[in-house]
Ligand binder design. Sequence first.
Ligand SMILES: [Zn+2]
Ligand SMILES: [Zn+2]
Length: 355
Amino acid sequence: MRRLLTVAVILLVVLAAAGWLAREQLGEILFARAVQATYGTDATAGLDDGLHVILCGTGSPLPDPDRSGPCALVIAGKQVFLVDAGSGAGRRIGQIGVPLAKVDATFLTHFHSDHIDGLGEVLMLRWAASGRTVPMPVYGPEGVDKVVSGFDTAYTADYGYRIAHHGADIMPRSGAGAQAFTIPTRDGAQTVYERGGVKVQAFGVRHDPVEPALGYRFDYKGRSVVISGDTAPTAVVARICNGCDLLVHEVLNPDMVGKISATARQRGDSRIAKIMSDIPGYHSAPVAVASIARQGKARMLVFTHIVPRMPTRLLHPFFLKGVADVYTGETVMGEDGMQFSLPARSTRIERADLL
Ligand SMILES: [Zn+2]
Ligand SMILES: [Zn+2]
């Protein structure tokens, strides 16, 4: 028995030593396999015909290692749309496995920095990956042309470097950056995109002093998704939803933010205390959103743009206190990588986690 044990130990030591000596070759083999397995990954490839939402950023301006800035992918049939491009959006989309080359258009809700600060990265990665000869259409409220031309100015030098390095046939200059499409300020909902059975409507929300600020509704083959954008509670969202399948709504817990504000005040940090006491006024508390979901007869409510940052899910019950008393449908705390699938002409809502 002892001899057997000795032999086993010697064998283990020999194997470990062989592994150590061959570590470079092992690494090479593993890397080559990983490239084979992951190259060309496309999370949209196997999707059924229908409307799908993938959350690519559920955070806010507050730094959060688990949540990228505001970002949602909406896939309708073969078309792919992006709603907002917050910080880290492009990298998160890559991590989820949706090729940026596939994004047909971007819709911006408003121009708070956290909703646009990932746009440059998204545009650059899409251009590099696609070789498209036309820029990304970017729809947004009045002022979208300034945002687009600002990014264009910032990236002009890099456009030149990339073309010089790879050649204009690989990275055609005409495909760099974005083309702005301004959505005029109007009361009520307006159709801003209609193609291939997909209808996108924009509607004004309440995010004072940010004016205008928009939400969007997507319809495709009998299924519907409403994305609130940043807003204080407003009946407009309930009216637009009107029995929608999925309501993706921003949320801020004022009790939690109040505690941050009080702590800042105690520590003599009156600037942060002031900022923290200002922000609940133009966002929506969980119970207020639940009430909108109920009024709007949403079939499922998904929270996004979650403020404040919560380092653990154990805090979710406190965050969601009172929500279930108001809205009896399913409520989901959105996380980066969550996918919600609404197959065409059905009532099913299927969920998957892509991260
Ligand atoms: Zn925001
Ligand atoms: Zn905002």
